[in-house]
Design a protein around this ligand. Structure first.
Ligand code: 3MF
Ligand code: MG
Length: 349
């Protein structure tokens, strides 16, 4: 059992936001990046997750030299706060070149843009001191299936990853699957798809996954089982813990806020199989409720971390002897009862 202090937590600057949604404008003032960085340690976090343009805004209008200079300045800011960069993700869903997807766009010019931008993203990651690139394949999919040839599209994603692996022999690519939103049908909807894809790249040892709770739930799957699957492949290299109320839009609710037992099982599986021992971060991809006022719009982060730690204690204090006994007797009704008592903090029997 690891002690509480041995997990390292991370989040991205987008997790402190202005509360806009597709139906209404911002309700909070923007917080400057430097001010966000000041929050990390206070909230109990030491890792920063980046999009390439979180580190270097207006990236497409800058020269390569400017981009690297700015990324190095961000690295100095991180050093100043005692923080480290966990990963950088190319934002391949914003620019006009990525309307039809990045690596799978039907326009070869747009595909070239996506691959070039991914290479720049690797250079930024190096300047920030991380070799981890996360690919959330936001628009690699379709609104109507006939618009792209799915097999060809998968091989295009493979080729793009190969180009990234060749660009830097130390880089590691973490695929973050999601089944839908913004597209109707994503080409890499689950971790099984992501890891399957890793094995047809030029260097499978450098391609793994990041699992987000909400994304697994949106695929109708159990997030802890998805994590176990990636752990069985030694390819769970990061997580985005949060919560989600069923098959709706991607909610990014605070970890454990919807289904505590499901959250417990994620913590349990991470803890049981040594997640974090190779330096993996516990990432939280959570959003403050739109109703939250400015001064208290970071509680979702500290609360999610606190819930993780509380559930870690639940995992540690689970009576493994009893658990084994019920499993041996195949008395899963009793196991169910015991787990609920344990989570409720009630004396069992
Ligand atoms: C989308 C997400 C994204 C990714 C992020 C980094 C806003 O559903 O979860 O977070 O995690 O872009 O890959
Ligand atoms: Mg995410």
């Amino acid at each position: 059992m690891k002690t509480k202090g041995t997990y390292r937590f991370s989040f991205g600057p987008w997790n402190i936001d202005e509360g806009a949604d597709p139906f209404g404008p911002p309700v909070r003032q923007p917080v400057a990046f430097a001010k966000k960085l000041k929050q990390y340690k206070k909230l109990g976090f030491s890792g920063v997750q980046f999009h390439d343009d979180d580190a270097v805004p207006d990236i497409d209008s800058k020269s390569h030299a400017e981009i690297i200079k700015e990324a190095k300045a961000v690295k100095r800011m991180l050093n100043g706060e005692g923080l480290v960069a966990e990963f950088v993700a190319p934002r391949l869903w914003f620019s006009p070149e990525t309307i039809d997807g990045g690596y799978t766009s039907n326009d070869p010019k747009c595909r070239r843009y996506a691959v070039n931008r991914s290479k720049v993203c690797i250079d930024i990651a190096n300047a920030l001191g991380t070799n981890r690139i996360v690919l959330w394949l936001a628009r690699e999919g379709t609104y109507i299936r006939e618009s792209k040839k799915a097999r060809e599209a998968i091989l295009r994603i493979r080729d793009a990853i190969n180009a990234m692996l060749a660009h830097d022999r130390r880089v590691r690519v973490l695929i973050e699957p999601k089944p839908n939103e913004p597209v109707d049908s994503a080409l890499i909807p689950t971790i099984g798809h992501a890891l399957g894809l890793s094995y047809i790249t030029d260097d499978p040892g450098r391609v793994g996954g990041l699992i987000e709770t909400a994304h697994a739930i949106l695929a109708g799957l159990d997030p802890s089982d998805e994590m176990a699957y990636a752990l069985a492949h030694d390819k769970l290299w990061s997580v985005h813990l949060n919560d989600q109320g069923g098959l709706k839009f991607d909610q990014d609710k605070s970890f454990g806020s919807y289904n505590l037992r499901r959250a417990f099982n994620q913590v349990r599986v991470l803890e049981e199989y040594g997640y974090g021992k190779k330096g993996e971060f516990v990432g939280l991809d959570v959003k403050a409720m739109r109703t939250q006022k400015q001064e208290v719009a970071v509680k979702h982060l500290s609360n999610s971390r606190a819930t993780f730690l509380a559930l870690l204690e639940k995992a540690a204090t689970l009576d493994r002897r009893l658990e084994a006994q019920f499993i041996k007797e195949r008395d899963y009704e009793e196991l169910d009862r015991y787990i609920l008592c344990h989570l409720l903090g009630r004396k069992y029997r």
